[in-house]
Structure formats: C-alpha cells, structure tokens
Design a binder for this molecule. Structure first.
Ligand code: ZN
Length: 283
C-alpha cells in the first residue's frame, strides 16, 4: 500500500503545538508525518522527541525525520566531513527517540570540484559513515539519500542509486519535484519518465529497499540552475503532475511512503494524492 503524509506544519497549523498537529493529521486521514530538524538537533531534544512520539502514539501515523540541510559528503575538508557525519548522527539519534525508522539526508554539493571528484569523495565518506553505523548499537533506522533539485548539488537519480549501493541501510528518497527542476521540466513535459525512473530503481535496488522507498512530492518553480522555490498544486506551469507518478507506482507494484512538501498546502495536497490513489486502487 502507498502511504501519504506531509512535511512540517501546513499554513493552518502554523501556531499549533505538536499535539494539535498530530490530532489534525489523524482527523484528516494522513498516514505519515515528516518532522523537520533541518536547522539542527533542537536543544532539549529528548524532551521534544518524547512530545512528538507521544503526540502521534496510537494514531497509526508513521514518522520520518528530515536531517539538517547543511550536510555535504562531497566536501574535501575532513573537518567539514566530521560535521556532516555529526549532523546525520544527530538526526539518527532523534529518529530513534521519536520511534521513526528513517531519516532523510541531503548528500551535498559539488561546489568547485568536478562532478566525478565530488562523487568519489562522497562515496568514500559515505563508506566511512556506513562503517560507523555498523559499530553502533543495532537499530532499525534507515538513511534516505535524497535526489536534489539544484544542478550543482549532488543527487541525480543515478548518483543516489550508486551511493545507496554502498551500505544496506542507505535507501533512495526520490524527490520528483527536485528531479523535474534539475532537468527543467523532465516529468511535466514527458510524464513517462516517472515510469523509467521507477523502473531503474526497481531493477537496481534489492527487494528490501524498493519496498521501503521514500518519495517527496511537490511542484517546484525552477530556473536554469534548477530548483528555485516550492509551490502548490494550484500551479500548472512548472509541475510536475502527481497522477502519472501514482499510476507508475501502481503499475510497477511499488509501495512507497509519499510526503507532500507543497508550500503551505501540504496537508490538502497530500490528501488530494491519497484520494486519487484510493480511487484507482479501490474502485
Ligand atoms: Zn530534503
């Protein structure tokens, strides 16, 4: 079954506490909630994690955690790599505390390096990080490496698949809004690309990974460098459209968790996707 949810608070929840957010998600029928710690692990994180956990307890809503934005596994500076690994480890800790099985991580940026140098550095550092996880106490938290939307950022579909092959706990987070932005409308102009991308994932990933795929979806305004800003389902210029994504997932029999990242309307836009999916599967 495909599950649907939202990232962070939508506009109408802006002033609400986490208990009210959880009650609202439950009331409108969302299956997932992505909790952002994109600006770093909060102070008193144990208390915050406990509040998040208890707010969602018993509601059958699965949590994911978005790690801090400023991670970069392609940085040639060893001190900066230590910081990146620290941010990811902090997100892992927070995920364990809230009882989530996944964190979402941005792989980084090539900056002034060549693409191939940036990729080799990322692969090397991800391997080191994988070894560190192996030495930790066993846990069920997976690390989702996200496809990114700015051309100079690391994270094409192919790069993410290669990065994920390094460790059994590394899984792709396909952000289709980012993929569409990076290639200036790839999915909006030619929706059959959804199926090609998902098929590539299915052919490349082991079964346990394809069955726990994580997807971010939003319409995103882009320019010639890629992503500019997230927009809502009211947009019909940039896209992409969600229907062909869901059709392709159903056709290829892939179960994924889909998180909507619309700008402020992520609650209603997630529901729109869920309703479309239900109409396809249950009618
Ligand atoms: Zn992200």
């Amino acid at each position: 079954m495909i599950k649907f949810g939202m990232a962070g608070k939508s506009n109408i929840l802006e002033k609400c506490d986490i208990r009210e957010v959880a009650d609202y998600c439950f009331k409108i029928g969302l299956d997932l909630f992505e909790y952002p710690i994109v600006h770093g692990l909060p102070i008193h994180h144990e208390v915050i994690a406990q509040n998040v956990k208890s707010a969602f307890d018993g509601k059958n809503i699965a949590l994911s955690v978005h790690a801090p934005y400023y991670t970069n596994f392609s940085n040639p500076d060893p001190a900066k790599i230590e910081s990146t690994m620290g941010y990811v480890s902090a997100a892992l800790l927070f995920a364990k505390e809230v009882g989530s099985d996944r964190i979402i991580v941005h792989p980084g940026s090539q900056r002034d390096l060549s693409r191939s140098d940036a990729m080799s550095i990322a692969l090397e550092n991800l391997a080191v990080f994988g070894n560190r996880i192996d030495l930790q106490e066993p846990n069920n938290v997976y690390i989702y490496l996200e496809t990114l939307g700015i051309i100079r950022q690391m994270g094409t579909v192919e790069e993410i698949l290669q990065m994920c092959s390094i460790h059994h706990k590394f899984v792709p987070c396909l952000d289709f809004g980012h993929i569409n932005s990076r290639y200036c409308g790839l999915l909006k102009k030619e929706p059959s690309n959804y199926e090609d991308i998902l098929k590539l994932c299915k052919d490349t990933l082991p079964e346990n990974k394809i069955n726990r795929l994580h997807i971010h979806f939003s319409k995103i305004i882009y320019g010639n460098k890629g992503e500019r800003s997230h927009t809502t389902f009211a947009d019909d210029i940039y896209g992409p459209d969600f229907e062909p994504m869901i059709d392709a997932l159903i056709k290829l029999n892939i179960n994924a968790n889909i998180i909507c990242e619309s700008a402020g309307t992520q609650d209603m836009d997630a529901l729109t996707m869920k309703q479309y999916y239900s109409s396809k599967v249950y009618n």
